[in-house]
Design a protein around this ligand. Structure first.
Ligand code: AMP
Length: 510
């Protein structure tokens, strides 16, 4: 495809009509650095859409005249950089193109009051209104499928996500982690204004934040006053330093697993921002749903794609059943059962084929637990109160440090009620019966007629939903997905999309 530079609104409309492809849009203010190029190359890698980079210094978002006048302008170099990192087209509009004088159709927007009443919004009056106005204007001109934004400007990202929702735009926002320079400071076009001494202060500031993150991981708490004291002792002029919920930007609560420590400092004439995400444990995805809804296939694929541990709770119940048979334990005798539960260890390990093996008391039982013998008793075993209690505790132990996706029937309600993302995956009885009939692995189901299969599924649903211990139940905060008519890959993509909505990319890449 021929690379083009577009300067006029009319040209962009013509170009859009001719490309015959969806658009990835990467808005910038120019003076491109490795933060911008990472956005462009990520968009290029993500899909086969056409990548459009815009370069426009938006006067509406500057609350300081000299900051606007001094904003670095390096357009020729920017064009080279953008094209060499994967831009297919560059949009360089003039002020008049974006804000035509006397054009009553230009909508001057207000950013969400809730989200702009924190952090930078408190001191930079009108800044986020200006950002929303220009991005909304650009989105209406470009009409992209995906909008690529940097997490470096986290508050801006949260506000623009809100804009896309409130304006009901059919655009997916994709983000990249903050890109840092060799000394740990976030890459920013404004860094060119820093003297050597000022840069050293920014370095100290960023390194204090990174240190606080490290400490939080161990201690699970933070002392903002102490950090402010240390920064002040270094003669760093702090505009704000706040510990907030990353999406509401309100004070973080004790039970929040992920929070943000964000600050702004002044170095001479330059104002710089930085933040870190604090996490008590890595994220958890809980996938619950009735038998035959496709949970295990979906969960395995999600684990692989997101590089998370796949906590196969069903395999744990099966492994325990295997051991009870092997050791000849009469599980109906409480004492006998409790005795063996005291000495059980179940672990998962990746094997050479990039699959996962399950071990119980050091026996690798991955294959054996899929036998008919185990299938016949696992349901009974898993309904025993002692077994349930023991395995839920084991699952929580495995989940202590997070970084996993678990599937079952009580994951979001009982095992990990604090999971970041809870999915309730269902499928109609008709669909599940059809799937079971064509499932090559469950040969027995192929010989049963559809009507009987449907009755069996209904019966199983009733039993699962009405059992006394950990019944199948949708958690209040779970997102229900009905998988009828969708391919496995479509469901996986949807869940990964929801995960990306809830978990900053920065955390995912740690
Ligand atoms: P700007 O040119 O400053 O308006 O930035 C354009 C886009 O690049 C925004 O989405 C920014 O969040 C993103 N960006 C700027 N600097 C960085 C960085 N250091 N790391 C990641 N993204 C960045």
């Amino acid at each position: 495809m021929k690379k083009v530079i577009i300067r006029k609104n009319e040209e962009i409309e013509n170009w859009r009509r001719n490309i015959n492809s969806d658009i990835n849009f990467i808005p910038t203010m120019g003076n491109l650095h490795n933060g911008h190029t990472k956005l462009i190359s990520t968009a290029k890698k993500d899909n086969s859409n056409v990548n459009l980079v815009s370069i426009f210094i938006n006067p509406l978002q500057f609350d300081n005249k000299s900051d606007l006048e001094n904003y670095p302008k390096t357009i020729d170099n920017d064009i080279k950089i953008a094209f060499s990192h994967g831009a297919d087209a560059i949009f360089i509009p003039s002020n008049e193109d974006i804000y035509p004088p006397n054009n009553k159709n230009i909508k001057f927007l207000k950013a969400s009051i809730e989200l702009s009443s924190a952090l930078c919004g408190l001191n930079r009056i009108g800044h986020f209104d200006g950002v929303c106005t220009v991005i909304y204007r650009l989105l209406n001109l470009v009409k992209p499928k995906n909008l690529y934004l940097g997490e470096k400007d986290w508050q801006q990202l949260v506000i623009l996500k809100n804009l896309v929702i409130t304006k009901k735009l059919n655009i997916a926002i994709k983000s990249i982690p903050t890109q840092r320079d060799f000394d740990g400071i976030p890459l920013s076009s404004r860094n060119v204004h820093l003297s050597k001494n000022e840069r050293e202060l920014v370095r100290l500031f960023s390194n204090h934040l990174l240190l606080a993150k490290k400490k939080f991981k161990q201690e699970k708490k933070i002392n903002i006053k102490e950090i402010i004291k240390k920064l002040s002792a270094e003669k760093i002029s702090i505009e704000y330093l706040e510990h907030l919920h990353p999406y509401t930007l309100k004070n973080t609560e004790d039970e929040d697993n992920i929070s943000i420590l964000a600050g702004a400092i002044r170095c001479g004439e330059t104002r710089l921002i930085d933040h870190v995400f604090l996490m008590k444990r890595s994220p958890i995805i809980a996938i619950d749903g009735p038998a035959g809804s496709g949970k295990s296939t979906v969960t395995k694929l999600i684990a692989k794609k997101l590089k998370l541990l796949y906590l196969d709770t069903g395999a744990m119940y099966r492994a325990l059943s295997w051991l009870l048979i092997k050791e000849n334990i009469d599980y109906k005798k409480e004492q006998e059962l409790n005795n063996i539960l005291k000495d059980i260890s179940i672990i998962f390990k990746s094997n050479a084929n990039a699959h996962q093996d399950v071990f119980i008391n050091n026996y690798c039982v991955t294959e054996e637990i899929r036998s008919q013998e185990i299938s016949a008793i696992v349901s009974k075993i898993s309904s025993l109160k002692e077994v349930r209690k023991f395995l839920v505790e084991e699952q929580r132990k495995i989940g202590e440090s997070g970084g996993l996706v678990a599937e079952g029937r009580d994951i979001g309600t009982t095992v990990f009620p604090d999971a970041e993302l809870k999915i309730f995956l269902t499928a109609s009885i008709d669909e599940r019966a059809k799937r079971r009939k064509s499932d090559k692995q469950s040969k027995d189901s192929q010989d049963i007629d559809l009507k009987t299969l449907k009755e069996l599924i209904k019966k199983r649903d009733f039993e699962d939903s009405n059992r006394e211990i950990s019944p199948l139940k949708k958690a209040n905060d779970a997102i229900e997905i009905l998988s009828d008519g969708y391919s496995i890959n479509a469901i996986v993509d949807k869940i990964i999309y929801l995960y990306n909505e809830k978990i900053p990319k920065e955390i995912q890449s740690q």
